[in-house]
Design a protein around this ligand. Structure first.
Ligand SMILES: Nc1nc2c(c(=O)[nH]1)N[C@H]1C(S)=C(S)[C@@H](COP(=O)(O)OP(=O)(O)OC[C@H]3O[C@@H](n4cnc5c(N)ncnc54)[C@H](O)[C@@H]3O)O[C@H]1N2
Ligand code: MOO
Length: 395
């Protein structure tokens, strides 16, 4: 490992260096609640209405007056619906003179409208009745600003009487693929060419993060064209990603171009894949030079760009499910830097097991499409087959 690698900042340090220079000023917009999935609430939300308005039955049954049961179960054979009792099924309101609901399982309906009630039924006021406001009370906080709205949050907003919700405007994230060897998806590659798969992956990842992707056409490895693309992208975006040309190749110009255009922050992190990423500020906006190999691009989006998008939105990055899984193979030590490993996670008799796939920086299909991932610590000793480790589960 070179001295340069040893001195490279960790992912955390790199993020701190970028964030400390960036003061995003997101706008807000109002969207219909059914269209607000995964958007971030811009303000605390409070209920407009109380539900149930008065009360509701909590079971399918009959509404009765508990007073009639003060001395035990009365003779109910002469009762009539609408007189001594009324049908009150789950969620139903019922007349004010009734204050308890006896579940149908305890009631036998007689042909003439009378009923018999199971002898072990104890009836007190409020039995199986959900009071006013037991779903939601007017003025009650439904959710706080900064909440990334999930399907059940949308239901809670709707129950609280909301039809619209103020959300943080999505950050526009430019993605500029670069490389004279790249061809657009669908173009049969010739010798030396490669398919621009990152545009497709990055677009989907940005959408998942809650950003608005703005994809630029492929730019050849030509400094003037690269500079022109950046000059086009910066004014129309909140965050700019330029992909490829991050390392030490003869056509890796981006770090130089970027540092001549704005404030250079860092080139290289102690984390792989994606080690040669570069970060700068251009016109007050973060610019990330995302390394070109697909798995490197993935990881930089996963830890760095998702944190930037979350910061812009004022929300936590979407959390992943993790599982404890038993390794079926060793995961080697990783001196000096954190390494992302992909693993195939399967259910086993006693929980989950995980098999590492691919190598460092690998970008085979299996690595990209594996069902789990873990990051091994820089300087760590790795893990042995049989160890149980925490693995992020990728849907
Ligand atoms: N001598 C050295 N070589 C390399 C080093 C190093 O330190 N010294 N670092 C390696 C590491 S680590 C990485 S990661 C890569 C970084 O590559 P670049 O960001 O410079 O990307 P390119 O050279 O332009 O392309 C590399 C590879 O990725 C493919 N690529 C690029 N863009 C896309 C895209 N939009 N979709 C799909 N694939 C893409 C490109 O065609 C190349 O195959 O450098 C190592 N080398
Ligand atoms: O960062 Mo590169 O992808 O480490 O191999």
């Amino acid at each position: 490992m070179s001295t340069e690698e040893k001195k490279a900042p960790s992912r955390k340090e790199a993020l701190e260096a970028i964030m400390s220079r960036w003061a995003p000023a997101p706008g807000t917009e109002t969207v219909p609640v059914p269209e607000a999935l995964n958007r971030v609430a811009a303000q605390d939300m409070f209920a407009e209405y109380t539900l149930p308005v008065v009360r509701a039955s909590a079971m399918d049954g009959i509404g009765v007056a508990a007073a009639a049961f003060q001395k035990g179960i009365p003779d109910t054979s002469h009762w009539r619906p609408g007189r001594e009792y009324a049908r009150a099924d789950t969620g139903d309101d019922f007349e004010d003179r009734f204050d308890a609901v006896i579940p149908v399982e305890s009631v036998t309906f007689l042909p003439d409208g009378g009923v018999t009630i199971a002898p072990d039924t104890a009836v007190t006021a409020g039995l199986n009745v959900r009071p006013a406001g037991s779903s939601v009370k007017k003025g009650e906080q439904i959710l706080p600003a900064g909440r990334r709205l999930r399907p059940f949050d949308l239901a809670a907003l709707t129950l609280g009487g909301k039809v619209d919700v103020a959300v943080v405007k999505k950050p526009v994230v430019a993605f500029i693929p670069t490389g004279s060897e790249l061809v657009a998806p669908g173009t049969p590659p010739e010798r030396g060419q490669n398919i621009d798969s990152n545009s497709v992956m990055v677009r989907a990842m940005l959408e998942e993060m809650g950003a608005e992707p703005r994809l630029f056409p492929i730019v050849p490895d030509d400094p003037a064209a690269l500079r022109a693309a950046l000059e086009r992208a910066v004014p129309v975006s909140d965050i700019v990603l330029i992909c490829g040309g991050s390392s030490k190749g003869g056509e890796d110009f981006n770090a130089d171009i970027v540092s001549s255009m704005g404030e250079y922050i860092l080139h290289g992190v102690a984390s792989a894949p994606g080690r040669p990423m570069c970060a700068a500020m251009l016109a007050g906006k973060p610019l990330i030079n995302v390394p070109g190999p697909p798995f490197a691009a993935y990881f930089v989006l996963d830890w760095c760009v998702s944190a930037l998008v979350a910061r812009f939105l004022g929300a936590e990055p979407p959390a992943r499910k993790t599982v404890r899984a038993r390794l079926t193979k060793d995961v080697g030590p990783t001196p000096g830097m954190e390494i992302l490993r992909r693993l195939e996670v399967r259910r086993s008799a006693d929980g989950f097991e995980a098999t590492p796939v691919g190598g460092r920086g690998g970008c085979t299909f299996r690595t990209l499409t594996a069902s789990g991932q873990t990051v091994t610590d820089g300087g760590g000793t790795g893990h042995a087959a049989g160890d149980v480790i925490e693995v992020e589960y990728l849907r």
